[in-house]
Design a binder for this molecule. Structure first.
Ligand code: NAP
Length: 281
C-alpha cells in the first residue's frame, strides 16, 4: 500500500510555487498578495490563519491578516472587502470561516470579486468550475485532486465515489474528477447502500465528518482512498476512513493527520498565484 504523504507533497508544491513567485517578481516587479480577514478569537481559526500566513511568507507572497473582534458589524467587513477588491496589490482575498452568527456568510462570499476569490466559493467560480471554464477551485478538493494525480496520472474511465456532497468538498471534487473523465458517483446521508457504492470504486474521496465511517470491507483491492475528514475523538484526531482496516486493502491511502490537510494550505497559495497571473493578462 502506498501511504500518500501529504506533508511531502505540500512541501514540494510550496517549493515549485516559491520558484514561480521569484519568476513573477522578475517579470512584473511585484509579487502576488494574499489578504486574510479573521473575525473573532476562535482558536482553530487563529491557528489556520497563522499557518496560512507562515506558508504565504515562506513562498514569497505578500501576506496580510486583517483582524476584527467577533462583534464587528457586517457592514464594516463588507466595506473592507470592497476596498480590497479595488486594491491592485491584493491578488487574493480570504475570509476565514466560520463567521459569527450576525454576519451573513453568503453575503460575504459574494462580496469578494470572483477574480480574487482564492477559496473558490463565489457562485461565479462554482459555476465556472462546473461548466469547465477557468476558475478558482476550492483548496481542499484541489489538494485531493493533486494527490490522486500523483498516484495515477490517467484517470479516464475510473469509477470514483465521493462520500459527502458539501459545497466545500464533495461537489467541487466531483467536478474535478468529471473533468478527468472519471465516472463519478456522489453519495450523501440518504444514500441507501454506501458500502455497495464504495465497493464499486477505483477512487474513494471521503469528506463526511464521521470518524472512521469507511471500513476495510468497503474498499476493493487497488482503490485509491483519500480521507478528507478531521474528527476529534477520545483517541485523538482521526479521519473519515478506518485507516488500519482500509490500509490492508487500498492501493494508496492518505493518513490523518498528514494527508489532505497540508495540501489545503499549499493550494491556497497556488490559487493566490493563479489569481495574480490572471490579473496580469
Ligand atoms: P459537511 O458540510 O458537514 O458535509 C458532510 C457531508 O457528508 C454531507 O453531504 C452529508 O450528507 C454527508 N454525510 C453525512 N452522513 C453521511 C453518511 N452516513 N453517509 C454518507 N454521507 C454522509 O462536511 P465538510 O465541510 O465537507 O467536511 C467533511 C469533513 O472534512 C469534516 O471532518 C471536516 O472537518 C473535514 N475537512 C477537512 C479539511 C482539510 O483540509 N483536510 C477541509 C475541510 C473539511 P447530506 O448532504 O445528506 O447531509
Amino acid at each position: 500500500m502506498i501511504l500518500i504523504d501529504g506533508k511531502k507533497a505540500a512541501a514540494e508544491l510550496r517549493e515549485e510555487l516559491k520558484k514561480e513567485v521569484t519568476d513573477l517578481k522578475t517579470k512584473y516587479n511585484k509579487v502576488p498578495g494574499l489578504t486574510v480577514i479573521l473575525i473573532g478569537d476562535m482558536t482553530p481559526s487563529q491557528i489556520y490563519v497563522r499557518n496560512k500566513e507562515k506558508s504565504a511568507n515562506e513562498v514569497g507572497l505578500k501576506s496580510e491578516v486583517i483582524k476584527y473582534p467577533d462583534t464587528v458589524e457586517e457592514e464594516i467587513v463588507l466595506k473592507k472587502i470592497e476596498e480590497l477588491n479595488n486594491d491592485d496589490s491584493v491578488s487574493g482575498i480570504l475570509v476565514q470561516l466560520p463567521l459569527p452568527k450576525h454576519i451573513d456568510k453568503q453575503k460575504v462570499i459574494e462580496k469578494i470579486i470572483p477574480s480574487k476569490d482564492v477559496d473558490g466559493f463565489h457562485p461565479m467560480n462554482v459555476g465556472n468550475l462546473s461548466s469547465g471554464y477557468e476558475s478558482s477551485i476550492p483548496c481542499t478538493p484541489l489538494g485531493c485532486y493533486l494527490l490522486i494525480k500523483k498516484i495515477e496520472s490517467n484517470l479516464s474511465g475510473k469509477k470514483a465515489v465521493i462520500v459527502g456532497r458539501s459545497n466545500l468538498n464533495g461537489k467541487p471534487m466531483t467536478q474535478l474528477l468529471l473533468k478527468e473523465n472519471c465516472t463519478v458517483t456522489i453519495t450523501h446521508s440518504k444514500t441507501k447502500d454506501l458500502k455497495a457504492e464504495c465497493l464499486e470504486a477505483d477512487i474513494i474521496v471521503a469528506a463526511v465528518g464521521i470518524p472512521e465511517l469507511v471500513k476495510g470491507d468497503w474498499v476493493k483491492k487497488d482503490t485509491i482512498v483519500i480521507d478528507v475528514g478531521i474528527n476529534k475523538t477520545d483517541n485523538g484526531i482521526v479521519g473519515d476512513v478506518d485507516f488500519d482496516e482500509v490500509s490492508k486493502n487500498a492501493k494508496a491511502l492518505t493518513p490523518v493527520p498528514g494527508g489532505v490537510g497540508p495540501m489545503t494550505i499549499a493550494c491556497l497559495l497556488k490559487n493566490t498565484i493563479e489569481c495574480f497571473k490572471r490579473s496580469q493578462i
